[in-house]
Write a protein that binds this ligand. Structure first.
Ligand code: ZN
Length: 226
């Protein structure tokens, strides 16, 4: 077992983990690198598409997403742009912590935004409701290319198949699902504008959840975590 991140082979600890989200209970071997601490699957399954059925959580229909009320919209616009008195006041009492991570980016309404591993595009839809209109999602496990509304395009593509240039690329708990992560990073560099920004969010092994629940930790997403 050679760590695919740092190349270490010494002292890596193995774990047998079951797929439990869909109750298939198939066992996959994972190992934790003794050097860099990365937890990874020993070999990425060839039939990985079987583990992303239509009812996988990120594929739920966009229609199930509620339209935002005036106050929530004002708050979220303030969170992203720093503009609007009503939104500023409301966000003091009911902050949108999910959107706060974007606040430092000060995205422009015409920024070219790419969500890698977008599923049906829920996060893009949320940004669209706030006025953003140049939104692309990519996910190799969606059914087909489509445009749910004007301003959002969802492509059935992996990172290596994407073309174009983007001002902001985000991977929200998707990088850990992809094999060959070093190559994925090179793909991101290729797609990112020279002044662009990339945001990558991944679960980490040095967390309370892993310490307490180990191989039963839900964030492990057995099979789908590479
Ligand atoms: Zn390592």
């Amino acid at each position: 077992m050679k760590c695919r991140i740092c190349g270490n082979v010494a002292g890596n600890k193995t774990y047998d983990v079951r797929e439990m989200m869909f109750g298939r209970r198939d066992i996959f071997r994972y190992f934790k690198c003794n050097n860099c601490g990365c937890l990874q699957i020993e070999s990425y399954p060839a039939n990985i598409a079987d583990y992303y059925p239509r009812d996988y959580l990120s594929f739920t229909a966009l229609e199930k997403q509620e339209e935002k009320s005036f106050l929530k919209r004002a708050r979220d616009v303030y969170t992203l742009t720093g503009e609007g008195l009503i939104g500023a006041i409301y966000s003091k009492f009911r902050p949108n912590n999910d959107l706060k991570k974007f606040s430092l980016l000060r995205l422009k309404y015409d920024s070219r935004i790419l969500d890698v591993g977008s599923g049906s595009g829920h996060l893009l839809h949320e940004l669209h409701q706030l006025g953003y209109g140049n939104l692309t999602g990519a996910d190799p496990f969606v059914e087909r290319d489509h445009s749910p509304v004007e301003g959002i395009t969802i492509l059935k593509k992996s990172l290596s198949e994407l073309a174009g240039t983007f001002d902001f690329i985000m991977l929200n708990h998707s990088l850990e699902h992809m094999p060959d992560q070093l190559q994925q990073m090179k793909n991101i560099v290729r797609l990112l504008d020279k002044d662009g920004v990339c945001m990558i969010r991944v679960p980490i092994c040095s967390s309370y959840a892993w310490e307490k629940y180990g191989v039963n930790c839900i964030a492990l997403h057995t099979t789908r975590s590479a």
